[in-house]
Design a binder for this molecule. Structure first.
Ligand code: GDP
Length: 195
């Protein structure tokens, strides 16, 4: 699945704009600055690919990337943006709910958690939304290189504890560093084995 090229396809602002559901897809969610763009770039081996989703105006869109002919990687930006007007937030949340509960080809959501910070309140919110949308989600720890190995266990315990409260959570946690490349092959393999 990861052999082919990767390209930014489009930013979607309404359900009517979704690309045809003609291949499997996985989506990525996380607080801003968690390392989501870096992870998508590392997964696809395409530098600068996911930068598009960080540019102003793109932050309330669902961004679709093609990965070869058989997979979409879907970037769900827009949570943890404190300064957006309420109406914008509500419109975004409505789209997010519709997407998560209505997309037949969505196989899994990856919820990114900074290894330094663990699960925060906004992460809990998205996990709850994934529960109610019945979308299986898996936690990907980012920036693992920033935390010494001996200090990781405590954070991982906190994450496991948080996950135990979510029926849609997949128990295996993936530790990654986009910078060092750790866990990237593992994550690719997890995605490649979804069907
Ligand atoms: P996004 O806002 O979630 O898309 O986050 P970015 O991918 O833009 O990353 C935010 C910051 O964290 C940038 O300065 C990245 O260089 C840095 N970063 C991302 N991933 C890693 C990582 O694995 N290790 C380290 N040390 N820094 C990272």
């Amino acid at each position: 699945l990861f052999a082919g090229q990767s390209e930014f396809l489009k930013g979607v602002v309404a359900m009517s704009g979704l690309p045809p559901a003609d291949r499997i897809e996985v989506c990525f969610a996380g607080r801003s600055n968690v390392g989501k763009s870096s992870l998508i770039n590392a997964l696809t081996g395409t530098k600068g690919l996911a930068r598009a989703s960080n540019t102003p105006g793109r932050t309330q869109e669902i961004n679709f990337f093609t990965q070869g002919p058989e997979l979409y990687l879907v970037d769900l930006p827009g949570y943890g943006y404190a300064n957006a007007p309420l109406a914008v937030v509500e419109k975004w949340q409505r789209l997010l709910k519709q997407y998560l509960s209505g997309r037949q080809t969505l196989r899994r959501a990856f919820v990114l958690i900074d290894t330094r910070h663990g699960v925060k309140k906004v992460d809990e919110e998205i996990m709850k939304l994934l529960d109610t949308s019945a979308v299986t989600f898996q936690v990907v720890m980012t920036k693992a290189d920033k935390v010494k190995e001996k200090d990781r266990a405590k954070i991982l315990d906190q994450v496991r504890d948080a996950l135990s409260k979510h029926p849609a959570a997949y128990p295996e946690i993936v530790l990654t560093s986009s910078e060092k490349g750790d866990g990237i092959a593992t994550l690719r393999s997890i995605i490649a084995h979804l069907d």
